[in-house]
Design a protein around this ligand. Structure first.
Ligand code: CA
Length: 246
């Protein structure tokens, strides 16, 4: 275990930032859309995935899934094939027809070999068979996300900063830096696009679900904390756009 970097409190004279309506569950890394009509299964999946530190928005039928994708960008999707209103396979085909390349993990029944083949051919990235192990679902989602951002290892590095996405830890010069899940989510999004501006809405989407009440400057608060905890962070504000890691 690397040594813990001493963390200084807010220095005198530092800008005072306030959070309006502080969110209480806006504290995750990736934004996942869960599409599952079974209440018990969906409940377990949502809670389990959230425990790994990601935002989960849950819809229960195919039409709602399409509306969700039209409304918002997601990092990952977990899609049950047997859905009311519109079958999962139709949702998947529609997604790919629209050019949406979000990684999709399919949930299928044990006897659904044909369904799995059809779904993979239609653009699904992976599948798990019910009943499944939640740890396996989360590991597969992490692997899909790494594949999407072109990182084959669970560790992301940028200059002297390292994020281990499996242990959700951040080290700077090999010293552990304590960060909150939201700070980790923001830092990860910035590292994934290092050198390019990351729009403000993209960073907000990585930390917040729809049902969060968000203060107008919540992102700035987290950025402020990150800059304070990681003084070597070469983070530039791109006026009117967002932030860029140089
Ligand atoms: Ca179902």
């Amino acid at each position: 275990m690397p040594p813990v970097r001493p963390y200084q409190g807010m220095e005198p004279g530092a800008p005072v930032l306030t959070i309006l309506n502080p969110p209480d569950r806006c504290h995750q890394t990736m934004h996942v859309l869960l599409i599952e009509d079974d209440e018990i299964l969906g409940d377990g999946l949502k809670a389990g995935i959230e425990q790994t530190g990601w935002v989960v928005d849950w819809v229960r039928d195919g039409d709602a899934a399409q509306r969700a994708f039209e409304r918002e960008g997601f990092d990952l999707a977990v899609l049950d094939l047997g859905l009311p209103k519109r079958p999962g396979i139709d949702v998947l085909r529609w997604l790919r027809r629209c050019g949406n390349q979000v990684p999709v993990l399919i949930l299928t029944a044990t006897d659904g070999v044909g369904d799995r083949v059809t779904a993979l051919d239609a653009g699904a990235d992976d599948y798990v068979v019910k009943p499944f192990d939640l740890d396996e679902v989360c590991a597969r989602l992490r692997a899909l996300h790494r594949r999407r951002v072109g990182v084959s290892s669970a560790v992301m590095r940028y200059q002297n900063i390292e994020i281990d996405t499996s242990t959700r830890s951040v080290t700077v010069d090999e010293c552990l830096v304590p960060v909150s899940p939201k700070e980790l989510a923001i830092l990860q999004a910035l590292l994934e696009s290092a050198g390019k501006p990351v729009p403000r809405h993209r960073l907000m989407s990585s930390i917040c679900g729809w049902d969060d009440e968000i203060g107008s400057n919540v992102l700035e608060v987290h950025i402020h904390h990150l800059r304070r905890k990681i003084p070597s962070l070469t983070l530039k504000t791109v006026r009117g756009v967002g932030y860029r890691l140089d």
